[in-house]
Design a protein around this ligand. Sequence first.
Ligand code: A2P
Length: 329
Amino acid sequence: MKKSYKVAIVGATGVVGRTAIKILEEKNLPISEYVFFASKRSAGKIIEFKNKDYIVQELNENSFDSGFDFAIFSAGGETSQKFAPIAASKNCIVIDNSSTFRMNEDVPLVVPEVNPEEISNHHGIIANPNCSTIQAVVALKPLDDKYNIKRIVYSTYQAVSGAGKKGIDDLANGIKGFAPQKFPHPIYNNCLPHIDIFLDNSYTKEEEKMINETRKILKKPDLKITATAVRVPVFNSHSESINVEFEKEFNLYDLKKDLANSPGIIVKDDIENNLYPLAANATGNDEVFVGRIRRDFSVDSGVNLWVVADNIRKGAATNAIQIMEYMMK
Ligand code: A2P
């Protein structure tokens, strides 16, 4: 293990980048040098971190020449496409939050609680999965291991923070009566069954990401999955209804215990006291909250779950930092 590392945060002024910086401030990792990158627009801005002022640098082709151990990219797909290979070519390990490389065969797609063994297969770039996928697979992995998942139906209720600063602004301004700038319709007082672009098969790209990324992470390329992804007027934390069908029989009491004993999961399921996972409570936490755990009586062996997590923390920044932490160990 190296004694101390040099780390770049790319997209340091964005919603995920700022949260990554906050999490790094909370953790005591063996990092001796940080550099914060953003676009030309933010160059020269000051970020206060660990009682020190850092000047935001404009990202360019030479940014990684000085030698970095890790770079966490959260600056959108185009930036990753152009600059992640440059960073990797200079021996900097890139942990990328965009969808650009996720389905590449030689790029591991990693959730540390689920498939940490994939990390060692990297060739310079490791992909962070989509926020909705991360929280889903944390809950699904222990159940797949024990009961062998046959089919999944995802229905998501996704916060506006997943669309970055412009998404947050659309909800905040929508409350005041202003027209949307980011979303195609007002998000305030509304639910939009439209996240990312529409594809030829009428699914959205967000729905396709959930399907393909779940298959890759669970190593089940033919797993039957369908998804409907919906943007809701919630500032932060994604909620998901997940219907799962198994090959094997299960006992509901045991299944709840399986979830409660799995890493990264907090079971919150006390309906007598109206306790179940809520977006407002998940925000600021790194765990995935699971509740409303009940048998699906319409199939031989199936269960319904309500899964909630902070999409900016576990769904993006925390997951990326956990990957980096794993590699530092
Ligand atoms: P900037 O603040 O300079 O625009 P969000 O997802 O919250 O909108 O944030 C996106 C992040 O990605 C911001 O930090 C933004 O920087 C950064 N970014 C966008 N385009 C580029 C680019 N071409 N090069 C570097 N960083 C970029």
